[in-house]
Design a protein around this ligand. Structure first.
Ligand code: FAD
Ligand code: MLT
Ligand code: ZN
Length: 482
């Protein structure tokens, strides 16, 4: 089957206006370039279905075309905010981008069951708002929440800033609806909290980055809204102090600790430089190389939350873990403090192309890891600037690198990235960590995975991929090569 026959079939399924083809008047950049601007691919077409049945029909049409020798494959796409070049087509011109953006309806909010069932193309921020309006908290919170979608969150098993209390996206999901690589619909949208009826199919598709099927719907957990939420921004003498403060916060606040983020001074200086309207507390404070944002969500009252927070900060200051701290006095201030943390990736992007490492290490080993790896990087790549921040409460650091001041960033990336990655990932392994904590593998790390995962694990993953997608039509070249 030729590409033109396939495109005609796709037009019949979704309507001609929803099969987008790149042309001089139709720039598809938003679908074909990754968020970090590292790669721009070429799409055979961008197809935008508005129902699960249409998704199934598209997959069937592509599978038939692929079987007939066209070589077409499918790249599922949500908000295209992923960090590892997984949601954009390669340069071959043989991939269709299947965008979920028109599938954006809430199907059911079940207050009694504490669940919301929705289309995979619902934008995270809208989901949070719908739940809030119904008196619930949807605890997933990412800097990209204005664009990223629930299907993308599930497919990357995204983390974010509330994992310390509510877990990754996987922990929030009770049921899925999936279109398989054969174009069959698996309806697994149960809101059950217990279901031991064989292999957990849901968990196979979560974190699969679109390589096993297309998530079209999901049933997710909601939580009660807290009675009060307090945010503190604290200046710390070291990363060791941050780990000690985390332990203290867990002791004082228990389940009330809903966020614990760390930020190095250089990361904060990029926010100050590129977003000068934001007032960053303790910016450049010489004896405070790190700051943290702490969030205390209280089910009792604001007074209770304040008393708890005061005791925690007092004890932390007495022990020397905290040098100084500000506590937001209202929601506007609280949002401003969170905004500083969430602006770091945007400020880093403004500064230029960069090397990202989204790593996890046992929390207790993080200070030593950073000490040793900082020193090795300084020796091997003099002048490289370290942008260090992340979800310390989850042992997840964004241990990133920016080219030396004044250097050509593209040249630095091209010539130094492999060496930088090898150094950092080898250190991560020495500290029993993971080379991808929350962003996934995509095409950026696909070549690295076999080096850092056991042969047995790799073969099990290949077996699953071959069984579920024997034609290798779903996002080939991402996560695992077969
Ligand atoms: P996309 O980028 O469109 O896709 C991501 C992957 O999932 C691709 O492999 C794609 O093929 C696949 N996919 C998408 N939708 C489907 C579907 N319906 N079915 C099957 N496969 C699908 N991530 C974190 O984990 N934590 C953070 O704190 C965080 N903060 C961020 C802050 C900023 C400013 C930005 C830009 C990104 C951040 N991210 C973070 C990364 C990103 O937002 C998340 O990975 C998010 O979950 C991606 O969702 P998306 O809808 O944009 O997915
Ligand atoms: C974050 O925590 O801000 C995100 O994972 C994005 C990033 O690190 O760039
Ligand atoms: Zn992150």
């Amino acid at each position: 089957m030729s590409f033109s026959t396939l495109l005609q079939n796709l037009q019949t399924i979704v309507g001609p206006t929803h099969v987008l083809i790149e042309s001089a008047d139709n720039d598809l950049v938003q679908y074909v370039r990754d968020w970090r601007g590292r790669e721009r691919g070429v799409a055979l077409a961008v197809v935008r279905p508005n129902s699960t049945e249409q998704v199934a029909a598209i997959v069937k049409a592509c599978a038939a075309s692929n079987k007939a020798g066209s070589g077409v494959s499918i790249v599922p796409q949500g908000g295209n905010t992923g960090m590892v070049v997984g949601s954009t087509p390669d340069a071959s011109g043989t991939q269709i981008v299947l965008s979920l953006q028109r599938m954006n309806q809430v199907r059911k909010l079940d207050a009694g069951n504490g669940t919301i069932t929705l289309d995979a193309g619902c934008v995270l921020q809208n989901v949070r708002q719908v739940c809030f309006d119904a008196g619930f908290l949807y605890p997933m919170s990412l800097g990209s929440q204005g664009s990223c979608m629930v299907g993308g969150n599930l497919s990357t098993n995204a983390g974010g800033t509330q994992v310390v209390r509510f877990g990754n996206t996987r922990e929030l999901c009770l049921g899925l609806e999936v279109v398989t690589a054969q174009g069959e619909i698996w309806s697994g949208l149960s809101g059950l909290r217990k279901d031991n009826t064989g292999y957990d199919l849901r968990d196979l598709f979560i974190g699969a980055e679109g390589t096993l099927g297309i998530i079209t719907g999901a049933t997710m957990k909601m939580y009660p809204l807290p009675a009060a939420k307090l945010i503190a921004f604290a200046a710390l003498p070291s990363l060791d102090a941050a780990v000690s403060l985390l332990q203290l916060a867990q002791k004082h606040l228990s389940a009330g600790l809903t966020g614990f983020e760390v930020m190095g001074q250089f990361a904060l200086s990029l926010v100050g430089k590129h977003f000068p309207q934001q007032r960053v507390p303790f910016l450049g404070m010489s004896d405070a190389p790190y700051c943290v944002v702490l969030e205390n969500s209280d089910q009792e009252s604001e007074a209770h939350a304040k008393a708890q927070f005061e005791r925690l900060l007092e004890e932390a200051m007495e022990a020397g873990h905290v040098l100084d701290a500000v506590v937001a006095e209202n929601m506007t201030q609280a949002k401003q403090l969170w905004h500083i943390r969430e602006s770091i990736p945007l400020a880093q992007a403004q500064e230029g192309l960069n090397i990202k490492h989204d790593i996890s290490i046992p929390v207790s080993s993080i200070p030593e890891f950073v000490r040793v790896t900082d020193a090795k990087l300084a020796e091997a790549f003099p002048g490289a600037r370290l942008v260090n921040y992340g979800h310390l409460g989850d042992g997840n650091l964004h241990y990133n690198l920016q080219a030396p001041e004044g250097a050509d960033q593209a040249v630095f990336l091209e010539t130094q990235e492999p060496g930088v990655n090898e150094l950092v990932f080898d250190m991560v392994m020495q500290f029993q960590g993971s080379i991808s904590a929350e962003h996934g593998i995509g095409s950026l790390k696909v070549g690295k995975l076999p080096h850092y995962k056991s042969p047995v694990a790799m073969e099990l993953m290949r077996t699953i991929k071959r069984a579920l997608d024997p034609q290798n039509i779903m996002n080939p070249g991402r996560v695992i090569e077969v």
